[in-house]
Design a protein around this ligand. Sequence first.
Ligand code: NAI
Length: 333
Amino acid sequence: MKILFYDTKIYDKESFNYNLKGKYKNIVIDYLESDISVTTAGLASGYDAVCVFVASNVNAEVIKILSKCKVKLILLRCAGYNNVNLKTAEKYGITVMRVPAYSPEAVAEHAVALALAVNRKIHKAYIKVRENNFSLVGLTGRNFHSKTAGIIGTGKIGTATCKILKGFGMKILAVDDNKNKELDFVTYTDLDTLLKESDLISLHCPLTTETYHLIDKVNIEKMKDGVLLVNTSRGALINTNDLIDGIRDRKFVGVGLDVYEEEDNNVFENREDDILESSITARLLSFPNVIVTSHQGFLTGEALSSIAITTLENSYQFENGTIIDANLVKATV
Ligand code: NAI
């Protein structure tokens, strides 16, 4: 099995190379820094599989080129697959596999880190103390204890978040049609009640046509004044322009975003010397009560290792005809 690995970062190479042993020792991986595109897809000639990540644009044109190169397998080293044209992959007989879960706790812990940091103004305190400014003015936060958290989506990551927030002594409300019976300390409710009663709202549902811009002007107005909003799921769950209006209206005590609309050109790239083209991103970054991180919720050693092992296992199973359905991604219509 020969895999061409696109959009390689140093931490990817380390975790994959470390795991190329035992039953995976015959897998050969060549690493490219460039991401997959119509220009770079042709480089996959002579490879059995390509390995791509969450922001790789595996569109119909790219898949046609992969098919000409006789690539048989697209390995997504992530859970999401909205970036792959599944119908075209199916048409050309290319199998698509993913890593459905690697470390829900990694993302949940990052969501809570964002909530705590923006609430206790750690981002401001860090800068102030470095400048010899030991004044506490402007750093007042609020206890999480006895407050209400609203979790939208109690799948793997939402569940892990509920468990952490329970430890803070929070009352937890949740919205999800698939109720998790394990969460006997959580009160499932409707979205309006959750929006109205929560002091902290954290988004953990996938991006679908139903959830696109779930957090918009109408739903922001339903929230408590002084609410804290965290999004580690997908940027387009929130209508950013409506969020910015809400921030300007002083609706939010804080906003923590690991994902945001228009993040695609930024994700995992060093753009220190660039002038930001997106005014939405620049505007978000201008608010003192907003913390933005660059889609790093997954980024722990444990999660990277799990991603590498599952991806190698996927390619091993593909080669040996023993694929587990849960890791296969199929076109729905
Ligand atoms: P999951 O599939 O285990 O859980 C998603 C849950 O959302 C399900 O229980 C589903 O019933 C629920 N849901 C769907 N539509 C809903 C709606 N309209 N309202 C309320 N709940 C709804 O997914 P998992 O693993 O927990 O991941 C959640 C999201 O986290 C992913 O979709 C992905 O976008 C994001 N993610 C972010 C990462 C990061 O690095 N920031 C890394 C991995 C995932």
